[in-house]
Design a protein around this ligand. Sequence first.
Ligand code: C5P
Length: 226
Amino acid sequence: MKITAVIPAAGSGERFGGKKQLKIMGGRPLLFHTLKPFIDSELINEIVVVVPENDMSQLSRELKSMISVKPMTVVAGGDTRQKSVFNGLKAASDSSELICVHDAVRPFVTKDLIEKAVNACRDHDGVIVAQPSTDTIKKVMEDQILETLPRETIWRAQTPQVFCKPALQEALELAEAEEIQGTDEASLLERIGYQVGFVEGSSLNIKITTEEDWLFAEAIYNRLND
Ligand code: C5P
């Protein structure tokens, strides 16, 4: 089965105050740490990295010097994550059967986690990595709690998210036509009736969104590289 990894890395980092995917951690841009397990996994045949339009030529050069062992394409992102993923999907080779989407800002993904999600995708239209919620989740409006959701049914979605390519393509095309913005790709498949499964992820697979997240990420990086 031919598998393409699509790595959306085209965010502007408004909540962070800069492009965190390019911020240096342990001497290399964060994006390079994220890409490493995808380069190392034999299940991944090619990598599409979606980057900010302004950084295209510089990042293309740098990434190509880093990744020589498997085909890699660098494409420009859109103004939303969903558009960036769609641009990445369009750049996947025609023979690709599964698409593995992973946020550039989750640098602690592992080869095992990627392969666990990919292998589980044999029984579903898509499979995501998720973590059981340890917090109690409230549905709110303004300053009022509307509902407490039963915690045992709540899982927090992470990436990697792996999908059969035709299903992801249909989900993204319909979302675009109907002007729907999903916060992840799985939700776009779910809404049109595809079956998306999940496997348990890791609490180290954090997403770096805020400056506080960077502190946690540095602590994790230092511990893992002791
Ligand atoms: O903005 P958010 O934290 O949801 O970003 C998740 C991932 O999507 C990041 O790796 C970011 O670089 C990427 N992204 C993108 N194109 C955008 C916005 C975000 O590729 N327009």
